[in-house]
Design a protein around this ligand. Structure first.
Ligand SMILES: Cc1cc2nc3c(=O)[nH]c(=O)nc-3n(C[C@H](O)[C@H](O)[C@H](O)COP(=O)(O)OP(=O)(O)OC[C@H]3O[C@@H](n4cnc5c(N)ncnc54)[C@H](O)[C@@H]3O)c2cc1C
Length: 387
């Protein structure tokens, strides 16, 4: 068994999955997390078939399936409740042999932390950068500590310090919308088991996904300039005002959610990078390809990255060459999905009444449904290598 050591920066979904994957190929792994506790946002997460396959390779697929909700249909509506289309995700899942699941992020984190082992995660350890020579890499931490390893993986998310060191002048791109999210316990006839519901307004979108144990994950986007603060009526008040025209289950979900349980983020992505690695240092997940959430694939890509990275390192003893191979395999897929997600976001958040009328009419045809299913199947059918 190899005694190669890996340092992972960040205990998000990507970092935790990287730890599981690298261990499977013989690395001893230590994760360093900036926050004082390993926590997850109190929201939900769609794990499409492609990510569920990768989680099964990592040995946690069954547990995710047990705690989450399988999604069979995503139904799109207009804001006032007219059905536009039903996309049969369950049929795609059956064809691929792996379902799509929505889960509470805290549940997913708990599963991943338990699988990695709490003793392998050091919290309150903000990384500030790294130095390396041909033989080793040294991670530098805010408290003056340094750690040596054979490999450093930057899984430190959208504001990655690893990325900043490798690409100091690179800018984020604002999507044009902010996103409110939460999870609430709710039973509603418009949400039978296995059904996720999204509604499109003018410059806004609202989604409801069952996420296990009688809970519903909701997200709602509205177009506005970046960095606008919540108004004096509070976040819930802002949501009730902005989404007042949406049909009953959506408004009911807002009423059922306490103000303090609603999180809000302005949505950004970043341009795709020409490379992700330097020597013994690489990145995965939002650190190297943050994307808008419209395809719900950001975390799914981080999970896939983790397995592909470990597979490349398993088969190629030279670290630098293995990292190059990993990038070669991942760059095109992640860039394509990031770009599709960005433009899908533009379509879903259209403000113009005439254009959004045409969008809705197109979605409301058999051709629209078939095309959506075919695009999704291409994304979902990707299978990472088995470790
Ligand atoms: C509104 C919205 C909805 C979304 N919905 C979905 C969805 O349904 N499905 C999906 O697949 N994706 C979704 N995503 C995307 C998904 O949330 C991200 O892609 C995913 O969380 C990225 O995981 P990560 O591990 O790469 O980064 P992160 O989750 O950002 O984790 C990074 C970790 O690194 C730590 N860290 C940061 N800096 C340092 C440092 N200097 N030193 C040490 N630690 C550090 C952070 O504290 C954090 O724990 C959504 C995103 C948004 C904004």
């Amino acid at each position: 068994m190899s005694s190669r050591r890996a340092i992972i920066i960040g205990a998000g979904i990507g970092g935790l999955c990287a730890a599981l994957a690298l261990r499977k190929v013989g690395y001893s792994v230590q994760i360093f997390e900036r926050a004082p506790e390993v926590t997850a946002l109190p929201t939900g997460l769609a794990l499409w078939s492609n990510a569920m396959f990768a989680l099964t390779v990592l040995g946690v697929g069954e547990e995710v399936l047990r705690l989450g909700s399988v999604i069979d249909i995503t139904r799109s509506q207009t804001a006032d409740g007219s059905v536009l289309s039903d996309v049969h995700i369950g049929l795609i899942g059956k064809k691929l042999g792996v379902p799509t699941v929505c889960i509470h992020r805290a549940d997913l984190h708990q599963i991943l932390v338990a699988a990695v082992g709490r003793e392998s995660i050091q919290t309150a350890m903000p990384c500030t950068g790294f130095v390396q020579d041909g033989r080793q890499v040294i991670a530098l931490f805010e408290n003056g500590t340094t750690m040596r390893a054979d490999l450093l993986v930057g899984a430190d998310g959208y504001r990655s310090v690893v990325r900043r060191q490798l690409f100091p002048n690179e800018e984020a791109r604002y999507s044009g919308y902010t996103c409110y999210r939460s999870v609430v316990s709710l039973v509603h006839r418009a949400l039978p088991p296995g059904t996720a519901l999204t509604a499109l307004g003018h410059g806004s979108e609202f989604g409801l996904f069952p996420c296990g144990m009688g809970r519903v994950y909701w997200f709602a986007t509205r177009n506005q300039p970046a960095s606008i603060k919540d108004s004096s009526i509070g976040r819930k008040g802002d949501c009730l005002a902005a989404f007042a025209g949406f049909s009953e289950p959506f408004v009911q979900v807002l009423h059922a959610t306490p103000d303090a349980a609603i999180v809000r983020h302005d949505v950004y992505d970043r341009p795709s990078l020409p490379s992700w690695s330097q020597g013994r240092v690489t990145m995965l997940g939002d650190a190297c390809h943050p994307m808008t959430p419209n395809l719900g694939q950001g975390a799914c890509m981080a999970i896939e990255d983790a397995v592909v990275l470990a597979h490349a390192l398993r088969d190629e003893p030279d670290c630098e060459r293995a990292l190059h191979q990993y990038e070669q395999i991942r760059r095109e897929r992640t860039a394509l999905i990031a770009s599709r997600s960005y433009y899908l976001g533009k379509i879903l958040t259209m403000e113009d009444g005439v254009l959004s009328w045409f969008r809705d009419r197109l979605m409301n045809t058999k051709l629209g449904e078939v095309q959506t299913e075919s695009i999704l199947e291409k994304i979902l059918s990707y299978q990472v290598p088995v470790l």
